[in-house]
Design a protein around this ligand. Sequence first.
Ligand SMILES: Cc1cc2nc3c(=O)[nH]c(=O)nc-3n(C[C@H](O)[C@H](O)[C@H](O)COP(=O)(O)OP(=O)(O)OC[C@H]3O[C@@H](n4cnc5c(N)ncnc54)[C@H](O)[C@@H]3O)c2cc1C
Ligand code: FES
Length: 255
Amino acid sequence: MSKNFQARVITNSALNSKIYLLEIAPLEETTVPSPGQFYMIQPDSSFDPLLKRPFSYLRKKANRIQFLYAIRGKGTGLMKNFPQGKIINMTGPFGNGYPVHNDNRIPLLIAGGTGIASILSLYCELNKKYLIYGAKTRDELVLIDEIEKSGGEFFICTNDCSYGKKGMVDELLRDFISSHQDIISSVVIYACGPKPMLKSISKIASENNIKGFASLEENMACGFGACLGCAVKTKKGYQRVCKEGTVFPFAEIVW
Ligand SMILES: Cc1cc2nc3c(=O)[nH]c(=O)nc-3n(C[C@H](O)[C@H](O)[C@H](O)COP(=O)(O)OP(=O)(O)OC[C@H]3O[C@@H](n4cnc5c(N)ncnc54)[C@H](O)[C@@H]3O)c2cc1C
Ligand code: FES
């Protein structure tokens, strides 16, 4: 069950010029989120902008929840000024989360840009795992030390070669497939990032008979299934990203 609640801002700090880490403590008991779920956060108590903004939960610890957000427009521009101690309005958690299989499948997680928030929530909970993570530049890569501490094997790329391999995550996926032929039939992909990236990964996965899931990000007004604003075309008809998703099997999405 998800619901409206108030939360206190514990920290709200810049990780770089564009990306912030927000830690909040709900003022009441709330539903525990699972990896891949998201919350709607009210950017300002004056209700301008009116709509809450959707953010994947990054980590939960004790009664605190962390988010990673990039400054994009009016809402996130206001969020970066949340002072410590501010009381904010939120709703959640929403979404179906990543389906995790307790069998012999080997998870390969793929994140592009701020998709790392959603992906890291899953990565930290898995044992044997692989991660491919890409961003435009070194400055846009975040939480690398956390990734290193989480175990698992990871591969990083930047478009400008300022860190890791030069290129995009779909190129690293092709490299991964070539160099891990011995395990590839057991791999299942979980991906979050810009839609063109997800489309490309889904195509490569299909060509190589790899199953996978994509967490989609669409513009959202309500976040809980009422406005239909986030509907995407799937093989089962139009489905709401916030309600039936955000996570869909690659094979179900009409790209
Ligand atoms: C399920 C989900 C999880 C997300 N998780 C994260 C995250 O962990 N970290 C992060 O930095 N960003 C995340 N985003 C994107 C984030 O919601 C937008 O960057 C943010 O809403 C922009 O708000 P704004 O007011 O600053 O920008 P504006 O462009 O002024 O926003 C205008 C409207 O567009 C919507 N909107 C704009 N961009 C997006 C977008 N990319 N996706 C969805 N709605 C958008 C806003 O909700 C708002 O209604 C997520 C989006 C979704 C749908
Ligand atoms: S955002 Fe309203 S139905 Fe999904």
